[in-house]
Each structure stands twice: as structure tokens, then as C-alpha cells.
Design a protein around this ligand. Sequence first.
Ligand code: KIV
Length: 272
Amino acid sequence: MSTAKKEYKRVTVKSLTEMKARGEKISMLTAYDYTMAKIVDGAGIDVILVGDSASNVMAGHETTLPITLDQMIYHASSVVRAINRALVVVDLPFGSYQSDPKEALRSAIRIMKESGGHSIKLEGGKEVKESIKRILNAGIPVMGHLGLTPQSIYKFGTYTVRAKEEEEAQKLKEDALMLQKAGCFALVLEKVPAKLAQEVAASLTIPVIGIGAGAGVDGQVLVTHDMVGMTHEFNPRFLRRYLDLHTEMTKAFEQYSTDVKNQSFPNEDEQY
Ligand code: KIV
């Protein structure tokens, strides 16, 4: 379905609701630093997620658990300095909101104050309902995240598709409705069956952004480093690679090394 695209000078949480109402799909990508965020924003991507996937992509950890609130603030403030148009969503990292709602609010306030991000995202359903309400009461927009929630990887045991069984699918539907009722402005659905994701998106007025959740949702998110092929060990079925930067960059680095060693770099024009 093609729909009229409205030009937004700045994307806000309200713009996203309008996009869903109009049937315009929402584009979202991750960024963790100034240079990447500038390219992503300049390309007209609607939402930039400073994801806790920075823990894997930037720091090389096996999971998202080790990244700290201070590190998320550092990444988010670098991204915010690059942005002219996109809405910036910042992940609350593991351990910064699970213990109690007051701690969750303190963490969200630190993100907003110290990074200049526009909203926060956190994982979970009814377990984090009170924290979400408290953050929203402080005027901070919240994006939910259901399905595969990587901060709970040790509870799940694997990164496989979630909510294939009826009981888990039912809980996901209830949680999604709860998040909307609580006041979340949008919801990420990660790695769930496309049919379930479509049903959830159709039942909500807030936008549902999918990753590995099929085409029947209101928008898509990917990890930028994966979609441009900088990472190459991670090959889930849902990932479309738009570039093979790993190969291109490796070739460039090898050529540079050769040029330095055989003294063809720098040449006459590349010196003072
Ligand atoms: O941290 C992240 O990059 C995410 C996306 C996978 C949605 O949460």
C-alpha cells in the first residue's frame, strides 16, 4: 500500500501516531555515535534508537547486559548532537529500572537531562507497568519492547522466535494493550510470528515497530551496523543487508597497508 508521505521538519511522538493513522510506515535504525547518527538522520530515517545493542556492537560484549547507564548517556549525547530531524529514543539499560519505579524514574531523568534524548525505551510488560507509569507522569515519553527482550536472555536461554505458543502469545497481546493503556507512544516487537505481530498492530492505535516481526506492523527497525554489513557473523533470517561494508572496508584497509608499505602513499599531491 502506498500512502501520502507528510514532510516533518522534526519527528515527534505525535508525528508517529499520525503516521500510523495515515498508514505511512515508520523507519527506525540504531546509532551510537555522532558520525553514524548524522548519516542516518540525513537519510531521513524517522526514529534513531540509541539501543543497548551498543553493548554488543560497540563494546563487543556477548549480551546487552553489561552496558551501564553512564555509557548509554555517553552514546546518546553523541547521537543527539548530530540530529536535525529524527526522534531519538534511548534504551534504559539492564539494571537501571528493574528494581523499583523510583529507580526507573531516576534513570530516565538522567537520560533526558544528560543526553538530551527525546524519549526512552524499556523492555517488558506488566512486570514494569508501575515504572512506566512513573516515568510517563514525569512527562517522559516511553516506548515499550515485547517479544524477544534481550535483557532477559538468561531467562529465555536462546535468541529464538518468541510467542509461538498460545499462552505466550496471549500474554504478549495483554502486555501490548497494557502498554498502550499506560500511555506508551509506541512499541517494539522483536522476533515474533508475523501473524501475531500483525494482529497486535491492528488492535492498537499506537505504532508497532517490528524487528523480525513481518510486514504487517507499522514500521521496521534494524541495527544499522548489521544492515550495512559491517557486522557479518550475525545472520538472522529477518536481516536484509543493504551493503557489504565488511568486505569493502577490509579491501580498503588492505590497500592502504599495501600503499604504505610500498611507499605509494602519500604521493606528491598528498603532502605539503
Ligand atoms: O538495542 C537495540 O538495538 C534494540 C533493537 C534491536 C530494537 O532494542
